[in-house]
Design a protein around this ligand. Structure first.
Ligand SMILES: Cc1ncc(C[n+]2csc(CCOP(=O)(O)OP(=O)(O)O)c2C)c(N)n1
Ligand SMILES: [Mg+2]
Length: 380
């Protein structure tokens, strides 16, 4: 029989542990940061307010025109950013020319505000030709349809730029739904470990198609997720254009000067359905939409401008005339049938075409040749 002997328990001291970073400064504020409707609004430069107003009005018109083009069969699909124009405009304006923007499918307006040709930006959604624009020309990555895949790309580009000694910042846009993707986690983790010069802007517009935020996450806010990676999280009113611009500009400056990445959550609302192919009345109630209609990004800026006597009839007319001119040009050019070479389908996919793609390309080439021979036969 084994004799059980009481062994005197001598506690060994546990290895010392303390958090690697103090989490307190990383935590987002409890309320979204706001400027409009607060005392700080009076200190915003009038020129900046007018510039934001003009961009927002033009942006809204871009959205309504693009939606109209889907009804005319000129655009296959359009995910509207109506209601989110403040985020779109601020994302573009927060960057310098040398920086890079990484948009998702809903961020066409950010690309247009950055200076891309609206027709080229809509190329992908028309189903025409690859990305529709040259990503290098304005440093805007292709609009990403697979959720969150643009985020690791942004981190890779920003990290590479820093290794080369270029002071380039990448700003990546993602939706609330996209934060549930593995790519979101991987991108934020790498960005924080490498202190990559990246700014992540989550446009929390309330929905991932029909899935509301409450079913997407149990986190206190999406900005809180930043703390787990070791980067600051910031919450901002996504419909308050000067506030979004300020928060993003601060994050961009921080990234540029070696401070590492920031996760910004902009609280906004998707005023339209997910795309023209969706019916939002099936999963949300009108009173909720009404609350957000009253918090419209254009109306918020107009209230401030009018209160300060800065928005006279001429300034209003100039903004809306410029928007109309853009829409008319867009309409006209989108109504022209593009001339496309079907063989381009195989271009720009791989640096070296795979055997399967070579085979498919040959099949298409033969089919096109047969078609054109038949066509010539008919005309003879
Ligand atoms: C990897 C991946 N999974 C699923 C989809 C299908 N999908 C397209 S949009 C979308 C919802 C995304 O919602 P959110 O990230 O909030 O962006 P929002 O559309 O609201 O701008 C889903 C699930 C996709 N495009 N990519
Ligand atoms: Mg969403």
């Amino acid at each position: 029989m084994l004799a059980l002997r009481a062994v005197a328990h001598r506690p060994t001291p546990a290895p010392e542990w303390k958090p690697r970073t103090d989490p307190a400064p990383l935590l987002p504020d409890p309320e979204p940061f706001r400027i409009l409707g607060t005392e700080a609004a009076g200190r915003v430069d009038p020129g900046l307010l007018l510039k934001l107003h003009a961009h927002l009005v033009r942006g809204r018109r871009f959205n309504t025109q693009a939606t109209a083009l889907t009804k005319q069969g000129r655009l296959a699909v359009y995910p509207s950013s109506t209601g989110q124009e403040a985020c779109q405009v601020a994302a573009a304006l927060a960057l310098e020319e040398r920086d890079w923007l990484f948009p998702s499918y809903r961020d066409t307006l950010a690309a247009v505000t950055r200076g891309l040709d609206p027709v080229q930006v809509l190329g992908l959604l028309r189903g025409d030709w690859h990305t529709g624009y040259d990503p290098r020309e304005h440093r805007v990555a292709p609009l990403s349809t697979p959720l969150a895949t643009q985020l690791p790309h942004a981190v890779g580009l920003a990290h590479a730029a820093r290794l080369r000694g270029d002071e380039v910042v990448a700003l990546a846009l993602v939706g609330d739904g996209g934060t549930s993707e593995g790519d979101f986690h991987e991108a934020l983790n790498f960005a924080a470990v490498w202190r990559a010069p990246v700014v992540f802007l989550v446009q929390n517009n309330g929905f991932a198609i029909s899935v509301p935020l409450a079913k997407q996450t149990a986190a206190p806010s999406l900005a809180h997720k930043a703390v787990g990676y070791g980067m600051p999280g910031r919450l901002v009113d996504g419909n308050d254009a000067p506030a979004v611009l300020q928060v993003l500009s601060e994050a961009v400056a921080r990234a540029r000067h070696g401070g590492g990445p920031t996760l910004v959550e902009a609280v906004t609302y998707r005023m339209e359905a997910h795309t023209n192919a969706d019916d939002a009345t099936r999963y949300r109630e009108e009173p909720e939409v009404e609350v957000w209609r009253a918090h419209d990004p254009i109306a918020l800026v107009e209230r401030e401008l009018t209160g300060r006597g800065l928005l006279d009839g001429a300034a209003r007319a100039a903004a809306s005339d410029a928007a109309e001119a853009m829409a008319a040009d867009l309409r006209e050019r989108m109504n022209a049938d593009p001339v496309l070479d079907p063989m381009d389908l195989f271009a720009h996919v791989y640096a070296e075409r795979t055997g399967q793609l070579r085979e498919q390309a040959e099949l298409l080439r033969a089919e096109l040749a047969a078609e054109s021979a038949a066509g010539e036969g008919e005309t003879r």
